[in-house]
Design a protein around this ligand. Structure first.
Ligand SMILES: NC(=O)c1ccc[n+]([C@@H]2O[C@H](COP(=O)([O-])OP(=O)(O)OC[C@H]3O[C@@H](n4cnc5c(N)ncnc54)[C@H](OP(=O)(O)O)[C@@H]3O)[C@@H](O)[C@H]2O)c1
Length: 219
């Protein structure tokens, strides 16, 4: 039986991925920041608590995990301030966005590294908006910069760990969640079915930046 820990699974894509992996016969640990009735309702999932910005809570979560996991998936992320503008952002807003979207995911993955099976997978929820190569528009500049920073940090993480593990930076599509909004392209089920297919297929060591259909994205 395959095993996974999904960080940030109270709702949206993290919740959907927990449901999808359980459906495929995986044994899943899934985390929430505060109680999620939807997560509690997923039969067979072990629910844990963590805020990835809380260093001590992340260390305590890692210490509680026996694993070994085939997959550590750091999904948690935020949109950042509504104005989304580099001109308007305050130091506190920027720190909070970069902490949650860029540095905390890497710190969480490092804390959990000892729980991953040799040859296992560490996946980060990136975004196509984190691609510098594809950035020929001005949309969501702060959020995009935070995911570009996550991609850069993940390349460093993979340079150190990618020989032993598959490291995946994943774009879920534009998905109808609280973050993606009602006007998004695809629903959660379509995205997480694709993401689970990619995770099950892309097990070779090394770092890859892929969307939910398995397409490689340019950095
Ligand atoms: N939806 C899209 O179109 C889209 C596209 C590209 C990438 N993404 C990325 O996909 C991931 C999931 O997005 P989503 O659309 O499912 O968004 P969502 O519905 O807003 O869910 C965000 C999840 O992240 C959790 N979270 C946020 N900050 C956290 C923290 N400090 N510690 C622990 N958990 C935290 C939330 O927990 P709470 O319930 O406690 O807030 C929630 O479970 C994010 O990384 C997002 O950037 C989404």
């Amino acid at each position: 039986m395959k095993t996974a820990i999904i960080i940030g699974a109270s709702r949206g894509l993290g919740l959907g991925l927990a449901q999808e992996l359980v459906k495929r016969g995986w044994q899943v640990v899934a985390t929430q920041r505060s109680p999620s009735a939807e997560l509690a309702a997923v039969a067979g999932v072990t629910v844990e608590n963590v805020d990835i910005d809380d260093v001590e809570a992340v260390q305590a979560l890692a210490a509680r995990q026996k694993g070994p996991f085939d997959l550590v998936f750091v999904n948690a992320g935020v949109t950042g301030p509504k104005h989304g503008s580099a001109d308007k952002v305050t130091a506190d807003e920027l720190a909070a966005l970069m902490m949650t979207n860029a540095t905390s995911p890497i710190r969480t993955a490092r804390a959990l590294l000892g729980t991953v099976k040799p040859g296992g997978t560490i996946a980060f929820m990136s975004s196509i908006l984190g691609s510098v190569a594809l950035r020929q528009h001005a949309m969501a500049e702060l959020y995009s910069a935070s995911k570009a920073a996550l991609n850069s940090l993940t390349r460093g993480f993979a340079a150190a760990e990618g020989k032993d593990f598959a490291v995946l930076s994943l774009h879920p599509g534009w998905v109808k969640t609280d973050m993606g909004g009602d006007g998004a392209d695809i629903d959660v089920a379509t995205s997480v079915t694709g993401l689970a297919n990619v995770i099950e297929a892309e097990t070779a060591p090394g770092h890859r930046y892929l969307d939910y259909t398995g397409k490689t994205l340019p950095w």
